[in-house]
Structure formats: structure tokens, C-alpha cells
Design a protein around this ligand. Structure first.
Ligand code: NAD
Length: 365
């Protein structure tokens, strides 16, 4: 089978869907791997390094001949149009987010595996790109907050007196939030976190954070949160407004699958914060957890610096790619057998990830 690794085209995207390590494994599994020139440069991987791992350079016609195409971000409709009819495409494809992209995939009869659709079961953990990339995003969000904050994170005892540690509040304690908490703790801040899933209390505490109890519990399906009712939201807001007056740094990470980010930090709350405080809103991509977040911008409102970065995982492209590429490889071997592609639609990881949905899960295709 002929595999093609795309050079990402999205602005600011530095990650890549395969590394020399996973190229080696794909070759060992019987694949011919072609890598587009410069595909790994943003992640510190030269064409030479791919060649040494057994990859071939991708000639101009590689897109039209590859049977399996690996990417990070969804390719543009024109690129999809240049792929071989019936090719298999694996990446974070979000087909529903863009009708033109969805139409292009269907026009070429592309068998797409948007990895964000992967069921989050125990077996799927090694393929879970949402988790691996969220870990990097949470880490970077805290570092950006530390960079923007006009203060130390740790407590310091110096000849010029004692500096009290920064108070950091992390909103949402999923994969990104927990990594944000861990990172802020390593920098010596006093860290609090909250979430609407009750099990996060223990997870926050195990990282040395304090669980901020806002009296709202809203666990949803599949280990995710559900949206709050108006009453629950009002209660959360009331308690939080009081609390944030005393917080130096807020890192926002709250999300509800398939919905815009919940609005948790209101404009009034920001106005009530001390000047010089910082908010980094990792949820900026889906609208932000803070009412005053501007997508992709860093702004100052009421003396508070509010950052809404969009490419946090890409900022850590070396390790983000290392993890992403392993996730992709672990998924691809579900259907790469003896150098050929073969889909067992009884495997729920394949059946539930595939887009469009596969033929009834009876016979293997
Ligand atoms: P996510 O990105 O959808 O959401 C981030 C966090 O925001 C979640 O913890 C959610 O509860 C929280 N949140 C939503 N609305 C909120 C609100 N109004 N106020 C405060 N917090 C709010 O979620 P995620 O980080 O991708 O995953 C969440 C959880 O799913 C994980 O912590 C884990 O328990 C589970 N998970 C399981 C697996 C697996 O078993 N393979 C893999 C990944 C995640």
C-alpha cells in the first residue's frame, strides 16, 4: 500500500502526521511511505531524517496515487480533489465543520477517518489525538500565562522581602486543564481548579491543586460534561464572581463536545479582577470561556490581559507531532494488514470513527 504524509498547509501549523519512528513502523508493516518535501521541518524533522527511516520523497503525482493519506489539519477542498478516488484519509478532519470540505470528500469517495470522532474507550487511548494534543495545549497555556503575568508564579524569600505566590485558577479540569494545573504547580503557583464533573476533585488534588467547589455537578455521556441549565449556570456564576476578585491568573479550558465553549468568565467578572491579572483562554477556538476573549488575539480589558491563542498544540510541534504520529500509527494498524488495507467494520473503533458511516457492521469490506 502506498502511504503519503502531507505537508501541512494551514497557517501557523507546524505539526506533522508521521515521524521517522512511525515511518519505520509503517515500512515494517509493509507500506511504501512517501513524505512531502519539508513536511517535518516545523517539527524539527528534516527530509533526510525521513529518508533514513525508509521514506521516499513524494513526487508531484504522489497525491493522485496514494491509497492512504495522513495529515494533521483538514486538507483544503482543492487538495482533497487531487487525491486518488476512494483513498483513505486519516487526520483531524472535522468534515461537518465545512460543507465544501465534506462535499469534496464525498465527491472523491474518500474513506475519511476524522480522528476526533474516535470513541474514548480504554482501547482507543493510544490513538487519542484529542488527549495527546490537549496535553500540550494545556501546558503551553500555562506557560503563556506565566509569560504575560507581571509577577512571579512561585513564592520567593529574598533580601528584598517575601514575594507571595501567584494564585492561578484553572477553569475545566479535563486533559488540558489537568496539564495546565500540573504545569502551574511546577512553577510554584498556588493553584485551584474546578469542573462540573465531580471526579475531577480527586484528579485536581492529586496534582497538588485545590478543588474549587462551585456547587454544580453536570456529568454527561461518555465521560464528558453536559451543558448546564440556566439555574446551574447562574449558581456557578454567582460563586465564581466573588472568587475571581482574588485570582491573579485564569487558564480557561472548559468544553462541551459539539457545542460552543461554555461562557464562564463574564465581562463583569473581568471588571472585578485586579488590574494586572491575566486570562489565557484555550477555548478561544470554539468561542472562548471568557466573554471578552478575542479569537487569536491578546487584548487588555479593564486592566486585565486576555489571550485567546489558537495554535497551542502546534507551539510544541516536536512533542505534539511525536505523540500525534504515534496515535495515527496505532490507529492505522487497525486496518493495515500485511501491507494491504482491510477494514473490519465489526471493530467499533473503525466503524465509529469512519465518515461517512460505513456499511452496516456485518461483513468485512
Ligand atoms: P473536553 O475538552 O470536552 O472538556 C474539558 C473540560 O471542561 C471537561 O473536563 C469538562 O467536564 C469541563 N467543562 C465543561 N463544561 C464546564 C463548565 N460549565 N464548567 C466547568 N467545567 C466544564 O474534555 P476532555 O478533556 O477531552 O475529556 C474530558 C474527560 O474525558 C477526561 O478528563 C477523561 O475523564 C475523559 N477521557 C477519557 C478517555 C479515555 O478513556 N480514552 C480519553 C480522553 C478523555
Amino acid at each position: 500500500v502506498e502511504v503519503l504524509v502531507l505537508k501541512e498547509a494551514a497557517a501557523g501549523e507546524r505539526r506533522v502526521a508521521a515521524t521517522p519512528e512511525t515511518v519505520r513502523k509503517l515500512v515494517a508493516a509493509g507500506a511504501t511511505v512517501r513524505v512531502e518535501p519539508g513536511a517535518g521541518l516545523g517539527a524539527g524533522i528534516s527530509d533526510q531524517a525521513y529518508a533514513e527511516a525508509g521514506a521516499l520523497p513524494a513526487a508531484a503525482d504522489a497525491r493522485a496515487s496514494a491509497e492512504l493519506v495522513l495529515c494533521v489539519q483538514p486538507p483544503a477542498p482543492e487538495l482533497i480533489g487531487a487525491l486518488r478516488e476512494g483513498a483513505v484519509l486519516v487526520g483531524m478532519l472535522h468534515p461537518q465543520a465545512d460543507p465544501a470540505r465534506a462535499a469534496a470528500l464525498q465527491a472523491r469517495r474518500i474513506r475519511a477517518f476524522p480522528l476526533e470522532r474516535l470513541p474514548r474507550t480504554t482501547r482507543a487511548q493510544a490513538m487519542d489525538v484529542l488527549s495527546s494534543q490537549a496535553g500540550m495545549a494545556g501546558y503551553k497555556a500555562t506557560l503563556i500565562a506565566a509569560q504575560l503575568a507581571p509577577r512571579f508564579f512561585p513564592m520567593l524569600t529574598t533580601a528584598a522581602g517575601t514575594i507571595r505566590p501567584s494564585k492561578v485558577l484553572v477553569v475545566g479540569a479535563g486533559v488540558a486543564g489537568l496539564q495546565a494545573i500540573a504545569t502551574a504547580r511546577r512553577l510554584g503557583a498556588q493553584v485551584e481548579g474546578f469542573d462540573v464533573r465531580p471526579e475531577t476533585r480527586e484528579q485536581i488534588e492529586s496534582l497538588g491543586g485545590k478543588f474549587l467547589d462551585l456547587g454544580v455537578s453536570a456529568a454527561g455521556e461518555g465521560g464528558y460534561a453536559r451543558a448546564l441549565t440556566d439555574e446551574e449556570r447562574a449558581e456557578q456564576q454567582r460563586r465564581l464572581a466573588e472568587h475571581v476578585r482574588n485570582i491573579d491568573v485564569i487558564v480557561c479550558t472548559a468544553a462541551v463536545p459539539g457545542r460552543p465553549a461554555p461562557k464562564i468568565i463574564s465581562a463583569a467578572m473581568v471588571a472585578g479582577m485586579k488590574p494586572g491579572s491575566v486570562i489565557v483562554d484555550l477555548a478561544a477556538e470554539t468561542g472562548g470561556n471568557c466573554e471578552l476573549t478575542e479569537r487569536g488575539q491578546t487584548v487588555e480589558r479593564h486592566g486585565v490581559t486576555i489571550a485567546g491563542p489558537l495554535d497551542l498544540a502546534s507551539m510544541g510541534a516536536v512533542h505534539a507531532s511525536e505523540m500525534y504520529a504515534r496515535n495515527v500509527f496505532n490507529f492505522v494498524v487497525l486496518f493495515l494488514k500485511d501491507g494491504a488495507l482491510s477494514f473490519d467494520w465489526n471493530d467499533e473503533l473503525l466503524a465509529k470513527t469512519a465518515w461517512p458511516e460505513p456499511p452496516a457492521a456485518t461483513a468485512a469490506a
